[in-house]
Design a protein around this ligand. Structure first.
Ligand SMILES: *[C@@H]1O[C@H](CO)[C@@H](O)[C@H](O)[C@H]1NC(C)=O
Ligand SMILES: *[C@@H]1O[C@H](CO)[C@@H](O)[C@H](O)[C@H]1NC(C)=O
Ligand SMILES: *[C@@H]1O[C@H](CO)[C@@H](O)[C@H](O)[C@H]1NC(C)=O
Ligand SMILES: *[C@@H]1O[C@H](CO)[C@@H](O)[C@H](O)[C@H]1NC(C)=O
Ligand SMILES: *[C@@H]1O[C@H](CO)[C@@H](O)[C@H](O)[C@H]1NC(C)=O
Ligand SMILES: *[C@@H]1O[C@H](CO)[C@@H](O)[C@H](O)[C@H]1NC(C)=O
Ligand SMILES: *[C@@H]1O[C@H](CO)[C@@H](O)[C@H](O)[C@H]1NC(C)=O
Ligand SMILES: *[C@@H]1O[C@H](CO)[C@@H](O)[C@H](O)[C@H]1NC(C)=O
Ligand SMILES: *[C@@H]1O[C@H](CO)[C@@H](O)[C@H](O)[C@H]1NC(C)=O
Length: 556
């Protein structure tokens, strides 16, 4: 990478990178994505996003949904001429009548196909809640019905107000991602070169190279990485974050009561430490009884309490300060093994104990089917938000939002809308286990993976992304990045392409008549070297998050 012709990277930068940036910032006149979201139930709805978009002036009608023998009447929007290859961002305010609260789901029926869920909201009686979602149209649809369903049985009814539907072409969607990346993942940098007396040096030759990235991007690793140099090499070249696939789980560290074995986890941690990789701790407890150690499944009452206590205390005191996150109660929106046996406050107790022992670790909930889809009623975004608020009310701090991201067909406007809503909590949000179902072919897996990664990286609230692609001898969970010889699969090509795109290319340039040189760089650590006549100097500097231009001075 460094033996390019001296000016080729410079020209690449000037001719490709800068104009792209300028074009994006100055000549884009398409719609700007609106990240607004609300989680409070309000007395009055707020005004519609995008002034209503294509729903402006469109009245709601009552439509019969379902077949004639089982007709349900729903408020609906009739949509004409939805266009192909278009992203539609949808939002509306929803109020419930005839019931205290219920999940309300928005769906879209086209000529030949129905999107079962394009958004959900937990609607309440007497106040307005905000539903945000959307869909991608692959084919055009002359006529579609956007309708609402109430999950609660009984006589509940809904009112809809201040709805909006905003289309974005593929290009507009991409530009909006790029605008966010420019503002949250990058920063303007000016390097000043002077002599020891402070005299500006014009025409000094500057080399700038990004040597690390702030954004955490990584993958699960499995014990197969221990002693496996090709695997380690491959990993270290790409990623700065990791999570152990199974090796910290209770069934792995304590297969029999009282027989603790951290050997594997310790060795994986050595690899992580040796390579300055950030690691998430996954997981302390898993609420799914299927993955609870067999011997724990048989415990109740005081015995269970004492087993649980030694688990959390043993694990967290052993690894205090080693992991930046702990998944405390994995998948608690779907399962409740511990709460069922130990009472409603079990989770709260786990969080408090974990925080006492390892106060600097962020304590995560970690869930599937939150950003992947909205058709899972257990893990709707409002349900997740309510659990987080409940923890907060009971005194939990240092918490974070884990979104597993086991996708089949991603729905980018929905994914973004759900992130918007979660972002209102101002907590760290990570995509923790991203993969695409193996039921799709390798090429499709790769193209959907790219969609999901771009959506994650370009959302201002996302702090890190981990892929669930640990390379096991028996294959990966749903998605590998390479074959057994570390030759890329199509998914691996996507990852390598994005790793390159999300890094500042090596820059070679000369200082201007102010003795300075400016560029837009991805956040991270930089190495700079300067030559002027027979003098030279080198240094490193961080480009961390901030709105203002970062200034760095170097003297010769
Ligand atoms: C939003 O809804 C409220 C209550 O129905 C209504 O008074 C208001 O005019 C609406 N705002 C807009 C911009 O349509
Ligand atoms: C939809 O498109 C058809 C064909 O171009 C056109 O005749 C029709 O008026 C359009 N409908 C609406 C509601 O715009
Ligand atoms: C909704 O249900 C409530 C309670 O059953 C009823 O008073 C109200 O009139 C209903 N509203 C509509 C629009 O049907
Ligand atoms: C719907 O199905 C019919 C018959 O299979 C097909 O001709 C038509 O193109 C389809 N329309 C859309 C929008 O997919
Ligand atoms: C949709 O509209 C186009 C253009 O008017 C027409 O050719 C096509 O047959 C229509 N498709 C359906 C499914 O109605
Ligand atoms: C602990 O686990 C390691 C790795 O699986 C194994 O080699 C070792 O024998 C185990 N130690 C005990 C005491 O069971
Ligand atoms: C759990 O309890 C069942 C029934 O009492 C027993 O058959 C089984 O061996 C126990 N399992 C373990 C791992 O202790
Ligand atoms: C759960 O914890 C909360 C807050 O500490 C407390 O108010 C409540 O009484 C506890 N509930 C039970 C069932 O222990
Ligand atoms: C560097 O160049 C200056 C004049 O430009 C000269 O005085 C000096 O001796 C040179 N130093 C070295 C180490 O060559």
């Amino acid at each position: 990478m460094r033996n390019l012709h001296p000016f080729s990277t410079f020209f690449l930068f000037i001719f490709l990178f800068l104009p792209l940036l300028l074009v994006l910032v100055h000549s884009y006149d398409g719609p700007l994505y609106d990240y607004t979201a609300h989680t409070e139930c309000k007395l009055r709805p707020e005004k519609p996003l995008y002034n209503g978009g294509i729903l402006k002036n469109q009245a709601l009608s009552i439509q019969s949904i379902g077949d004639s023998s089982n007709a349900i009447y729903s408020p609906a929007f009739l949509l004409h001429n939805l266009t192909a290859r278009t992203y539609y961002s949808f939002s509306s305010w929803v109020k419930l009548g005839g019931a205290v609260s219920s999940v309300v789901r928005a769906s879209l029926r086209m000529e030949n196909e129905t999107y079962n869920c394009i958004g959900t909201v937990l609607a309440k009686h007497g106040c307005w809640s905000f539903l945000k979602g959307g869909f991608f149209m692959n084919l055009p649809s002359n006529f579609s019905i956007l309708f609402f369903q109430i999950f609660d049985e009984g006589d509940a009814n809904i009112s809809i107000d201040n709805a909006s539907l905003q289309p974005f072409t593929e290009e507009e969607w991409r530009v909006n991602q790029q605008l966010t990346i420019n503002s949250v993942r990058k920063r303007a940098v000016t390097v000043h070169v002077s002599d020891k007396q402070g005299g500006r040096l014009e025409g000094a030759l500057i080399n700038v190279k990004q040597i690390s990235k702030d954004f955490a991007f990584g993958s699960a690793i499995a014990k197969s990485i221990i002693g496996n140099l090709p695997y380690q090499d491959w990993f270290v070249k790409r990623f700065n974050a990791a999570v152990f696939e199974n090796e910290l789980k209770w069934y792995a560290t304590e297969p029999k009561p009282g027989v603790l074995n951290y050997t594997t986890a310790d060795r994986m941690l050595e690899f992580v430490r040796a390579n300055q990789i950030t690691a998430r701790g996954h997981n302390i407890f898993w609420e799914d009884p299927k993955y609870t150690p067999l011997w724990v499944q048989n415990l109740t009452g005081e015995e269970l309490k004492s087993a649980v206590d030694s688990r959390i205390k043993g694990l967290l005191s052993r690894y205090k300060d080693e992991f930046i996150h702990w998944d405390v109660s994995n998948e608690m929106l779907h399962f409740d093994f511990y709460e069922k046996s130990l009472g409603a406050n079990a989770t709260l107790h786990f969080y408090k104990t974990a925080h006492e022992i390892d106060p600097l670790a962020t304590l995560f909930m970690n869930e599937f089917n939150v950003v992947e889809t909205c058709s899972d009623v257990k893990s709707t975004v409002d349900n997740y938000i309510n659990r987080l608020k409940e923890l907060k009310r009971n005194g939990v701090s240092m918490d974070g939002i884990g979104l597993e991201g086991h996708f089949t067909i991603p729905n980018p406007p929905l994914m973004r809308a759900i992130l918007d809503k979660l972002a209102t909590l101002n907590l760290p949000i990570w995509l923790t286990e991203v993969d695409i179902s193996h039921s799709l072919g390798q090429e499709t897996q790769a193209s959907y993976l790219e969609v999901v990664l771009r959506e994650g990286f370009s959302h201002p609230a996302v702090g890190g992304i981990l892929l669930w692609s640990a390379l096991d001898p028996n294959g990966c969970y749903q998605m590998c990045l390479t074959d057994a010889n570390f030759k890329n699969l199509p998914t691996g090509d996507v990852v390598d392409k994005l790793l390159k795109e999300w890094k500042t290319g090596d820059i070679e340039a000369r200082t201007d008549n102010h003795g300075s040189f400016s560029f837009y760089g991805f956040l991270g650590e930089y190495e700079v070297s300067v030559k002027y006549d027979n003098r030279s100097a080198a240094s490193t500097f961080p480009v961390s998050v901030g709105d203002e231009t970062k200034h760095f001075s170097i003297q010769l």
